[in-house]
Design a binder for this molecule. Structure first.
Ligand code: ADP
Ligand code: MG
Length: 564
């Protein structure tokens, strides 16, 4: 099964090449020409599927990257660069990737509509500039030379299919690798990305670069198709329409990128046959795009949901696990001194001291709004304006969340930060940020009763997803893991069972834990030491029994819960 899965992409690629060859021989000449246009559009859409569909950034200048590719191919043709068309195509892709990084730089700070405006503005500016400077060789009418073996239209179509299949394979494997996981993560939560020690910057820039490279290759192919590139093929309005088509078809799925490309070619063609002005095609794409953006979802996801609808979401399946003797708590590994932070007039934390012992599970409890999540944010570097010191293994812990994560401090979030686009296994491996044997992943998942590594996260229920997040961070083997109400969504029995497992975490995974929890039963069974926060101050701190018997703690908890 696993072997079959490994070869499946290549088998699909081989079939696609076969179909492409058949079409190149069998189609009527006119359709061969349209076929090249569809392949060109499919490659550009694949690129949008990366930057928009996977990494969640709006890019409205995909055809500008196409123009970069076309420009490089034309320039190489004029200069007679050795290597011929295929090499020029690759150079065009590389140049477009570099342009993609440049365009991606603002995306590090801008998001949503602002990024849309910036990229569309760029597309419009590039459009005007191209009209001014024209493509190399255009004024002389110097047509781009196709490779000898693919010089007629039929064989050029086959070449285009080969390029598309190669691009599809590259995208498939990139998306299954580290970059791909980071794209899914950054689209879903930038904070979540930083918390696993993955660079948000790298993630966004690689997405832009890969997407632009595909745009560049598609522009280069188009130039080989028509011989001479024209600015009219790369206008801002067409980039916009292509974006809408990517959203609507769900171009993050390779088959849907191809489907979108067929629409891209077929709609104007049909309109032409019916005698309707072709610009109406933009209106049709626009309406469908608005439907997709308004939350109706895209076609690709809709089709896949039909397939999955009958299947229940996967939850926890807890089995008995062997008991492991907890290790005796050692010296403090994480020490927090004098932490304070305010939000306007709200003093969320004032002068808080906390210390997590090696091999220990420190419980942090307190009523809603006591400052528990804020404490985790400060320690993990998400609130840089806080005052006070945090030391890990005696070394001062400073800098960005990414840096702190890499130094051995991990955290989970109270809200779901697990991207639905990945499988359980891909996500866990990405969060762990190290090479992991399949058995180690499977063991850790099984220990917490999580669904298997192959399950798509979109099919895992919310409570189990949060434990998958915990497993990923534990497998990263940090020095300390901060857990912000990790079991909040679980039913009572599962909550208790989770607690039993958590108690074994230091011994099993070699990770010390700070646990924020509202269920006092769980706290009692798991934590040796407790710190109680109330209105941002430490109310009590020490061995569990002492703290829970403290009259001040009882008083603070009276209105909040009946559990004591
Ligand atoms: P807990 O996790 O213990 O329920 P929080 O740490 O979320 O509490 O919140 C502590 C206090 O800080 C609350 O009064 C909350 O309203 C306030 N607070 C938290 N985050 C922000 C923020 N980003 N802006 C303004 N106030 C905030
Ligand atoms: Mg909280």
């Amino acid at each position: 099964m696993r072997l079959a899965e490994r070869f499946l992409p290549f088998a699909v690629a081989a079939v696609a090449v076969g179909v492409g060859y058949g079409l190149s021989v069998g189609l009527a000449g006119y359709f061969v020409y349209l076929g090249v246009s569809a392949v060109v559009a499919a490659i550009a859409l694949l690129g949008l599927g990366v930057v928009t569909g996977t990494a969640g950034m709006i890019s409205l200048c995909q055809l500008t990257f196409g123009a970069v590719g076309a420009f490089v191919v034309s320039a190489c043709n004029v200069a007679g660069v050795p290597g011929g068309f295929v090499v020029w195509l690759l150079l065009g892709g590389l140049a477009a990737a570099a342009a993609g990084v440049l365009v991606g730089l603002p995306a590090l700070r801008l998001r949503g509509i602002t990024l849309a405006v910036v990229t569309l503005g760029l597309a419009a500016a590039a459009d005007l500039t191209l009209v001014q400077i024209q493509f190399p060789g255009a004024t002389e009418g110097l047509s781009v030379e196709r490779p000898d073996a693919f010089s007629d239209d039929r064989s050029y179509f086959f070449l285009a299919v080969l390029v598309l299949v190669a691009c599809g394979l590259v995208v498939h494997f990139l998306r299954r690798g580290r970059w791909g996981s980071s794209w899914h993560l950054v689209a879903f939560s930038e904070r979540g990305t930083a918390a696993v020690g993955a660079g948000v910057r790298t993630s966004k820039l690689t997405a832009f670069a890969v997407s632009a490279a595909l745009g560049g290759i598609s522009g280069g192919l188009l130039t080989g198709q028509v011989g001479l590139a024209f600015p009219a093929s790369f206008t801002a309005i067409q980039s916009l329409a292509l974006y809408v088509l990517a959203i609507m078809s769900g171009a993050h799925l390779i088959d849907m990128a191809v489907f979108g490309a067929l629409l891209w070619v077929a709609v104007p063609e049909l309109l032409k046959r019916w005698g309707v002005p072709q610009d109406w095609g933009f209106v049709i794409f626009g309406v469908l795009g608005i439907q997709a953006l308004a939350g109706r979802g895209n076609l690709g996801t809709a089709v896949r949901n039909l397939w999955h609808r009958s299947r229940k979401p996967a939850g926890l399946g807890l089995t008995e696990v062997a008991e492991v003797e907890p290790l005796p708590p050692g010296d403090p590994v994480l020490q927090v001194r004098g932490l304070s932070v305010s939000f306007g007039h709200v003093r969320a934390l004032s002068d808080v001291d906390i210390s997590v012992p090696e091999h220990g599970v420190l419980g942090v409890i307190g009523p809603n709004g006591a400052g528990k999540s804020t404490l985790v944010d400060v320690i993990s570097g998400f609130l840089p304006r806080a005052t006070g010191t945090v030391t890990l293994d005696g070394r001062l812990l400073t800098g960005s969340p990414t840096r702190r994560a890499r130094a051995g401090l991990r955290r989970t979030f109270q809200q779901d930060r697990v991207p639905p686009g990945l499988t359980v296994g891909a996500y866990v491996r990405f969060v762990a940020r190290r090479r992991l044997p399949g058995a180690e992943v499977a063991d850790a998942l099984e220990f917490f009763g999580c669904p298997s590594a192959r399950t798509p996260l979109s099919r895992v229920d919310a409570g189990a997803r949060r434990l998958v997040e915990v497993v990923g961070h534990l497998l990263a083997k940090p020095r300390v893991l901060l857990l912000d109400e990790p079991a909040a969504g679980l039913p009572h029995e599962e909550h208790v069972a989770f607690g039993r497992r958590l108690r074994q975490v230091p011994a099993r995974f070699g990770v010390s834990v700070l646990l924020i929890e509202h269920d006092l039963d769980l706290v009692r069974s798991v934590c040796d030491r407790l710190t109680v926060l109330d209105f941002g101050e430490v109310l009590a701190s020490g061995p569990q029994a002492d703290v829970l018997a403290d009259p001040a703690v009882l008083k603070a908890y009276m209105g909040e819960t009946e559990l004591l």
